[in-house]
Design a protein around this ligand. Structure first.
Ligand SMILES: *Cc1c(COP(=O)(O)O)cnc(C)c1O
Length: 359
């Protein structure tokens, strides 16, 4: 039952079935977009209004739009899956809605009613259902909001646009699963206490890209950030949370605070505890990581997030050297947790938590 009404403007020139099939055959990540988008406007006077499902096309925004100058922007990342029975499933989408509003509050932006967020997602998914692949791939949804008011003064804007776009994505590890290598950033941090580390905002990414570029230059796939105060404790990767597995199968993950509260992170903690593992949300330093990896006390490490789900970390590189994690291959606990989590998401394992939603 929909509570909000979305004006529907069909795409005048959607991709043909043939064009779509070609694009969906090898989509990669974030490059193949569906035909429509959802937009909803917000102004101080009118609140949320003008909800539309319309052709995906460039925005016309004023060159003075606040987002272009002061980066008032937040986003979410979530997936819709084609389930075995043909229905469209999504994993804990209400958690994305809740986190979106927490990000909005931190960035002095208006909150969106949770049911309006959900209806926007559903409207796009149903309109562009042909873009949801079968098999290993999924439909990546990107809800976001930005300050559209034309005003160069510095204060929270009075006008915003909420938008949802969708992208067909392939299996994250195409050509087979492999572990990733990470670079420890020594010169740059991602988030300080009191800052925006726990908000999913574009600005966090803007500040992290130089460290990502440094990681690439050093032959690594991803960057790991240390805390901004002592430059000692592991925070997270540029866009994924991190877990460590000890020889007694105790699992450690950094506590919430300056890190982004990942929904994958939260789900893994719950699944691991139910599977009998001890999980500690406790600070873990880079020095301990190196020492424990070298002594064999640490057996596995992995990164997690919606896009990759769980990616094992094989090698760690830092300005003074390199060390390997376990045998640099897929760890036993890592692969156990991955199959439990992806099993729930794909509908092949029992969903005891009621995490899956039919869109
Ligand atoms: C989105 C994100 C994550 C992962 O969150 P999920 O809800 O698991 O997808 C982790 N770190 C950062 C910085 C992120 O932006």
């Amino acid at each position: 039952m929909s509570k909000y009404s979305f004006t529907r403007i069909a795409h005048p020139s959607p991709k043909t079935a043939e064009e779509r099939a070609t694009l969906m055959a090898n989509p990669g990540f974030g490059k193949v977009f569906s035909d429509h988008m959802v937009t909803i406007k917000w102004t101080t006077e009118k609140g949320w209004h003008d909800a539309e499902v319309r052709p995906r096309e460039p925005f016309q925004i004023d060159p003075a739009a606040s987002v272009l100058h002061y980066a008032q922007e937040i986003f979410e990342g979530m997936k819709a899956y084609r389930m075995a029975d043909g229905s469209i499933g999504s994993f804990r989408p209400e958690e994305n809605a809740r986190r979106f509003n927490e990000s909005a509050a931190r960035m002095a932006m208006p909150e969106i009613p949770q049911d309006m967020f959900m209806e926007a997602i559903e409207a796009l998914v149903h309109t562009d259902a042909d873009w949801i692949p079968e098999g290993d791939g999924s439909f990546y949804l990107r809800p976001f909001m930005f300050a559209s008011e034309a005003f160069l003064g510095v204060r929270p804007a009075n006008e915003y646009i909420f938008c949802v776009i969708g992208s067909t994505v392939g299996a994250y590890f195409k050509g087979g699963y492999k572990t990733v290598s990470v670079w420890i950033s020594q010169d740059y941090t991602r988030a300080a206490p009191g800052g925006t580390g726990a908000a999913k905002c574009g600005g966090n990414y803007a500040a992290s890209l130089i460290a990502t570029a440094e990681a690439f230059k050093n032959g690594c796939d991803q960057v790991v950030f240390l805390d901004a105060v002592e430059r000692k404790w592991i925070d997270e990767l540029g866009g994924m949370n991190v877990f460590f597995v000890m020889d007694d199968k105790t699992i450690i993950t950094p506590p919430l605070g300056t890190i982004l509260p990942g929904i994958t992170r939260d789900s893994i903690i719950q699944i691991a505890r139910e599977a009998g593992y001890t999980v500690k949300e406790t600070p873990y330093s880079f020095d301990e990581w190196k020492e424990d990896a070298e002594s064999g006390k640490l057996r596995e490490a992995f990164a997690c997030g919606t896009a990759a789900v769980i990616a094992g970390i094989g090698t760690v590189k830092y300005p003074g050297g390199t060390f390997a994690i376990g045998n640099s291959g897929d760890g036993e606990v890592t692969s156990d947790l991955r199959s439990r989590l992806t099993g729930i998401q794909r509908g092949t394992q029992k969903d005891n938590h009621g995490w899956m939603r039919t869109l």
